[in-house]
Write a protein that binds this ligand. Sequence first.
Ligand code: GLU
Length: 456
Amino acid sequence: MHSVIPDYLIEALADVAADVSGAPADYIPELATADPDCLGAVFATVDGTIYGAGDVDTEFTIQSISKPFAYALALSDRGFRPVLAKVGVEPSGEAFNEISLEHDTGRPRNPMINAGAITTPSLTGTPGLDPAARVARVIDGLSAFAGRQLSVDDAVCRSEMEHAYRNLAIANMLRSHDILTEDPHAVVDGYVRQCSVLVTARDLGMMAATLANGGVNPLSGERVVDEQVVRQVLSVMATCGMYDAAGDWATQVGIPAKSGVAGGLIGALPGQLGIATFSPRLDVHGNSVRGVALFERFSSDAGLHVMEVPPSAPSVVRSNRVDGTASHSVRVIQLQGGIRFAGAERIVREVAETVFPETIVALDLTMVYSLDDVARRMILEVARRLTLDGHDVHLVDPESLIPDPDPGEGGRIIVVTDLQEVLRPSPQGAPGVASGEVPHDRADVGSVAIGEESVG
Ligand code: GLU
């Protein structure tokens, strides 16, 4: 079968192709030479599948789309506190190049407007790094997000530097407030080099997918930044990513996003996919006209608004049944899907509301593909309470979703990899109970026996 997604992307591009409103940015003369008709779109899944249509391999400069990634690198290199001390996280509702800083502190309001974005690269790498090494750190970091080595378009870089009066003004203001401590000219030069990194829509799709995938590049497998950093970056993209159009974007599209004046646009949907579009004509806010139209369409067609999440909790308990033989009956609670707080609450309720005489209980995670921390802790607490109620609790966990389970005081869990190990009593010892298990009354009650070796 031919996949439906490339066909969908082709159809979406055809629908917006006729819109020739807006114009390529011309405040950087070199950008005005871009082919205004270029049009491409990419979906990159968190497991590394890339779907594309149109001009997905045409190179253009990343421009402001570098901002969230440079911010991620700064947070990763220096930690949250030093970065937050110099750059805020409040939406400014202002144009990208507004010369505005917080009145009292001189801090830029957020890392997505130029004032913040000129500051964040100075917070990458180690303090005191020379300007060339700092730029190399940023370009290597952007490359890790993309999964290939990226390079700078020198012509665009020169062209922007020749007209960078406004960014130099911002940098000088930042220097006067000691937000920047280095030479403002060198800092702007580094920032402009970062903005002049060449990418394709395919690269941007992968960079967005790396954010959607919690900081791990889905193809290279490299962890570029950790999950807390991604959460911070996506939050700032959601509130500040689209300049003074951020509110409209948040309500109508609802995908954490960032645009660039060369016509690129990315969106990262946590846990699902990265999206990138490329079309150089810009609207009054500096966002790609057809890129915005495509994202509006993608969001409504594919239900991608972050606030629109279908309930998954009701389906986490796949079955609650008695299995095994008459002389060896087992209460099987079979779970499924991705389980977070609401799903775990559903499990707790299911177990609490079921009155059952079977001594042996199997919590079967075979069909579960993810558990977050709170779900893990709640399932362990269920196991502990069942033990205290006199049950022998087995955890069927072939993928080690709960590694080294600690059910807490008075709890005991026998971990097995296959439900059959619970249903078929072991010839030696008590039915289904793993040998070598920690006795209930030992001081280290709560530790766990791994059942594999003992199963008959
Ligand atoms: N290099 C551009 C600037 O700072 C980036 C702007 C953008 O893409 O929004 O003016």
